[in-house]
Design a protein around this ligand. Structure first.
Ligand SMILES: [Zn+2]
Length: 319
């Protein structure tokens, strides 16, 4: 490492993990460090954990601290990037808190924050599966569903940066209650949490299911129905129902934005081709005017684990 280069620290502050990395000015990760968020211990602990990750990354570097030009933080929640405030972060239980000021004062390095799903779509747009496309929608499927939207080569934020909440698009009127206050939101049917809930429901109805090999309902993972779908009817039913829900949301997105590409990120993408093929087929056959208009391509994200970290730095050096 030469001394006159610029380096960046990217942080992804999520509900379960804090991921951090030192990056160069091409967004290459030099090394990384991941710890538990410990969100249940409250705001002070969360912030001290963020500081711990940043300290680790700085102390590991062989160069002077002044080579670090910026700290970028991707946050699971609605943020005001202009003043550095976390406006509303439900799973961190942090509202109206100026995280940038606190971190800036601690390290004497400038800080810029961004929503984590917006960071992820930037990472894919500049360095991943979105490269070369003008209109991109990215969905990060985890405990909830995060959305990031690039329209005409610009990140769409909405008023107060509160837009792109694709997970809270209703796909089932009067359906399952959501933490946002409405019923039937997309993420209540298509997140990994939703798969687990659905699997639980189906298993309780089907005592003959081979999935009972796991012993107890407590051992259900979001992978389970995927692992059993070729040898178990119940698992196959869950798979098909899940695909229908996810496809319903994807076709809505395709009809509204008509992006060249929809990128899927998050743990669910480990299911790979099985998942993409089934979904692509439904998009191709259900998007409006599908016989007369360009296709909407569905792909799996290039950056899974570190997309928020990379995107937090793209947000600084590319925009
Ligand atoms: Zn909702």
């Amino acid at each position: 490492m030469t001394k006159d280069l610029n380096y960046y620290i990217g942080i992804d502050l999520g509900g379960t993990k804090i991921k951090g990395a030192l990056l160069d000015d091409k967004c290459n990760i030099i090394y990384s460090h991941i710890i538990d968020t410990q969100a249940e211990l409250g705001k002070e602990k969360i912030i001290s954990n963020v500081i711990e990750v940043i300290n680790f990354l700085i102390n590991k570097s062989s160069f002077n601290k002044t080579n670090i030009k910026y700290i970028g933080i991707a946050i699971a929640g609605i943020v005001d990037s202009n003043n550095g405030t976390i406006v509303f972060a439900d799973n961190l239980k942090i509202n109206n808190y100026n995280i940038s000021k606190e971190i800036e004062e601690k390290f004497n390095v400038k800080v810029k924050i961004i929503n984590d799903a917006n960071a992820s779509v930037l990472a894919e747009y500049y360095y991943g599966e979105g490269l070369g496309f003008k209109n991109i929608v990215m969905l990060t499927i985890g405990t909830g569903i995060g959305g990031g939207i690039i329209l005409n080569e610009n990140l769409f934020l909405g008023n107060g940066s509160a837009g792109a909440e694709i997970g809270h698009m209703v796909i089932f009127y009067n359906g399952i209650k959501c933490a946002c206050g409405r019923r039937g939101c997309f993420e209540k049917y298509a997140s990994t949490t939703a798969i687990k809930e659905m699997t639980k429901r189906f298993m309780q109805k089907h005592s003959e299911s081979k999935m009972w090999e796991i012993g107890s309902i407590e051992n259900i993972t979001s992978k389970l129905p995927f692992d059993y779908k070729d040898i178990d009817d119940t698992a196959n039913m869950i798979f098909n129902e899940y695909i229908d829900y996810l496809a319903c949301g994807l076709v809505n997105i395709a009809n509204i934005f008509r992006p060249e590409v929809i990128i899927l990120g998050g743990g669910i993408t480990n299911q790979g081709d099985k998942l993409i093929k089934a979904l692509q087929n439904k998009i191709d056959n259900n998007v409006i005017a599908h016989n007369n208009t360009p296709k909407v391509k569905l792909v799996i994200a290039k950056f899974s684990e570190m997309s928020g970290v990379i995107g937090a730095i793209c947000n600084i050096i590319k925009r």
